[in-house]
Write a protein that binds this ligand. Structure first.
Ligand SMILES: [Zn+2]
Length: 220
């Protein structure tokens, strides 16, 4: 409904989902689609940041191991009413928002710095705590390339393609451009960058967005 990106990374032994959708029904729909795509259930979840349109579907994946940047779990526990308000303000049905807010899943695994997940069959994924910026807790997911395939970086809402990057009351705007520097260092010039909203972009796009954010918030 909000054009939010959801990533699926399949290994020989596991399936990682990047973000879980904006409601429990949306999460359930993604769960069905992943089963169709891979023939398997999601085993791991990486939550990029604590906004409703990225975390409200998590309870639709019972049994999955959930990862998030350190501090994200505390935000979900503390600010669930604010998440509910934000979802309703953006047009989610209040009852659906209440159901999702009550069922919020806190990550069992908090990522500070970097952490590698081995999904089997040589498929390795790096979870990198590159924030703060869009929120106080922003995590990126780097999928290694190989066989001529480029690396892929899931950026969360540190990068947006379908609209201007959204800086809400929980953003740390003056630190955002540094987070994008870390993101660019992670993926390099040849990676595919997947924004939190909109179509995949290249490093030049991310660099332009970094410079625009630095201008907008008075950072060099
Ligand atoms: Zn967001």
């Amino acid at each position: 409904m909000w054009d939010a990106t959801i990533g699926v990374i399949e290994g020989a032994a596991g399936v990682l989902l990047v973000d879980t959708g904006a409601s429990l029904p949306e999460g359930a729909e993604v769960r069905r689609e992943v089963r169709e795509l891979t023939g398997r259930d999601v085993t791991h979840i990486a939550l990029t940041h604590p906004h409703f349109d990225h975390v409200f579907g998590t309870a639709a994946f019972p049994g999955a191991e959930v990862y998030g940047p350190v501090g994200l779990g505390e935000v979900l526990a503390r600010d669930h009413q604010e998440l509910w308000r934000d979802a309703v303000r953006h047009g989610l049905d209040p009852a659906a928002a209440a159901e999702a807010a009550a069922a919020l899943v806190r990550p069992r695994h908090a990522v500070s710095g970097e952490r590698t997940l081995d999904l089997g069959g040589g498929r390795r994924v790096l979870l990198a705590n590159v924030g703060p910026g869009h929120t106080a807790h922003d995590m990126a997911v780097l999928v290694a390339g190989g066989d001529g395939a480029p690396e892929v970086v899931f950026c969360g809402d540190l990068v947006e393609e379908s609209g201007e990057p959204q800086a809400g009351p929980d953003a740390l705007p003056r630190r955002w451009s540094a987070a994008l520097d870390r993101l660019l260092a992670l993926g390099g010039d040849d990676a595919v960058y997947v924004p939190g909203h909109g179509a995949a972009v290249d490093a030049a796009f991310v660099r332009r967005q970094r410079d625009a954010l630095a201008d907008r918030f008075g950072v060099s």
